[in-house]
Design a protein around this ligand. Structure first.
Ligand code: ASP
Length: 382
C-alpha cells in the first residue's frame, strides 16, 4: 500500500516511494553535482547519506522510472532490445504496475475518489513525432497508458477525459472492468467512515461491538465492527521514460491519482509538461507526488528545458524540486518549521542516456542502464 504522510489532506501528498529512503542532500553532495542547489528556501535540509549523482555519467540505452517501477524498467528494456518503439516499451512496462492489484496507486486496485469510484489518469509522449496522447478521469479501464498511446497514434487530439475517454477506449476494444479491489474498497470505507464526526457515518470509535458474529455483504463476517485497515491519505503513480541506443526518447506517466479526490479531479500525470514531457532533441522527464504542485510549476517541462540549457539530468531534477519548494507559497503547504508538508519526486533522462532523480522528502527511483535494473535512492532536498 502506498502510504502518505498522515491523515491531513494537505500534508499527505507524498507517496510511499517518497519515504522509502531518506537520502537527503548534503552540502557536500550538492557541491559534488555542480552546486545546482545552493540553498533551500525554508527549513534545513536533513543530514543524510550521499546523493546518487552517478547517473549523469551514464551513456547509451536507458529506462528510468519511479521507485515502484523496477518490473517496468526491466520489461521496457527487454522490449527495447527487441526493437520496439520506445513508447510501446514503456507503456508495456507500466502495464505490469497497472495490472498489479497490490499497487494501490495505479490502474487496477487503485484507490478511488471520495465516492468510491476509481478514476485514472495517464499520458504518453513520443519524442520522434513530438506528439502526446492522454486520458484523464477515465473509469473502468485497467490500462489507461495504452489508451493514451492510442489517443496519440489514432487521433488528432492530445487529451480525452471522462466519459469520452471511456467511449474511445471501448471503441479501441478495451473491456470495461471493475477496478475497485476489495482492499481498496475497504480502505475507502475506512476513510469515509472516519472523515468527520458531523456526518451520518459512524467513526470507528463510535461503533459498538455486536455480541456475536455478524453477516457482511459476502456472507458470514468477523466479530469486530471496527475496521483495523491502516488508512492514511494515499497517493502514488508510475512514471517511466526511455531512451533508445539511437537517442530516441519517449515518456509515460500513469496513476489513480490522489486517493479520495473530488470526482473529476485531474492531476499532473495526464498534463503534458506537468507530470510528463519529452523532447527528442533533449531528453525526457516526469514526476510523481503532489500533482497540483507539478501542474503549477510545469515540472517535467522545466526539467527538459534545464537539460536543453546544459544542466545534467541530476541537476535538472534537483532544480525542479527546489523550484517547487520555493514556489509553495500557500501557508498550508509548509509546516511550522518551514519544511514542505508535501512530497514530489523528479526523474530525468537525457537523449545520450545520462539520468538523474531527486525528491523533496526522500524517495527512490528505478533505472535500467542496459546492463541491469536497480532501485536507487533519489537525491533529496530534506
Ligand atoms: N501525481 C499524482 C497526482 O497528483 C499522485 C502521485 O504521484 O502520488 O495525481
Amino acid at each position: 500500500m502506498h502510504a502518505g504522510a498522515g491523515g491531513d489532506i494537505l500534508a499527505v501528498m507524498s507517496t510511499r516511494r517518497d519515504f522509502l529512503t531518506s537520502a537527503a542532500v548534503t552540502t557536500a553532495s550538492l557541491a559534488a553535482i555542480g552546486g545546482a542547489v545552493r540553498s533551500v528556501s525554508a527549513g534545513q535540509p536533513a543530514a543524510a547519506q550521499p546523493a546518487t549523482g552517478g547517473g549523469d555519467t551514464h551513456r547509451g540505452v536507458c529506462v528510468i522510472a519511479s521507485g515502484n517501477g523496477l518490473a517496468a524498467v526491466n520489461r521496457a528494456m527487454e522490449l527495447l532490445n527487441q526493437g520496439y518503439d520506445p513508447a510501446d516499451c514503456i507503456v508495456q512496462g507500466v502495464k505490469i504496475v497497472e495490472d498489479d492489484p497490490n499497487d494501490q496507486s495505479v490502474g487496477y486496485g487503485g484507490l478511488p475518489n471520495e465516492e468510491g469510484i476509481v478514476e485514472l489518469d495517464a499520458s504518453v509522449m513520443h519524442g520522434p513525432t513530438h506528439k502526446s496522447g492522454a486520458v484523464a478521469s477515465i473509469r473502468n479501464i485497467k490500462n489507461p497508458a495504452q489508451v493514451a498511446l492510442l489517443v496519440l497514434r489514432r487521433t488528432n487530439h492530445c487529451l480525452l477525459v471522462g466519459d469520452g475517454a471511456l467511449r474511445f477506449a471501448k471503441q479501441m476494444g478495451f473491456p470495461e472492468e471493475n477496478l475497485l479491489t476489495e482492499a481498496s474498497r475497504l480502505a475507502w470505507l475506512k476513510w469515509k467512515a472516519n472523515v468527520g464526526r458531523d456526518d451520518f457515518w459512524l467513526n470507528d470509535d463510535e461503533r459498538d461491538e455486536p455480541v456475536g458474529r455478524v453477516w457482511t455483504a459476502d456472507g458470514p463476517g468477523k466479530l469486530s465492527m471496527v475496521d483495523h485497515t491502516d488508512v492514511q491519505h494515499l497517493t502514488g503513480t508510475i512514471h517511466c521514460s526511455a531512451v533508445t541506443a539511437k537517442g530516441d526518447v519517449s515518456s509515460c506517466t500513469t496513476t489513480s491519482g490522489l486517493s479520495w479526490k473530488i470526482p473529476g479531479r485531474v492531476g499532473d500525470s495526464p498534463i503534458i509538461g506537468a507530470g510528463n514531457y519529452c523532447d527528442n532533441e533533449v531528453g525526457a522527464a516526469g514526476c510523481t507526488g503532489r500533482g497540483e504542485s507539478a501542474i503549477v510549476n510545469l515540472s517535467a517541462y522545466t526539467m527538459v528545458m534545464l537539460m536543453e540549457q546544459g544542466k545534467t539530468p541530476q541537476e535538472a531534477a534537483i532544480i525542479a524540486a527546489k523550484r517547487m519548494v520555493d514556489r509553495a507559497k500557500e501557508k498550508r503547504l509548509k509546516g511550522p518549521d518551514g519544511k514542505p508538508r508535501f512530497g514530489c519526486s523528479f526523474y530525468a533522462v537525457r537523449k545520450d542516456g545520462a539520468y538523474g532523480a531527486a525528491s523533496i522528502n526522500g524517495g527512490s527511483f528505478a533505472v535500467h542502464d542496459g546492463k541491469e535494473g536497480r532501485v536507487l535512492p533519489t537525491v533529496s532536498l530534506y
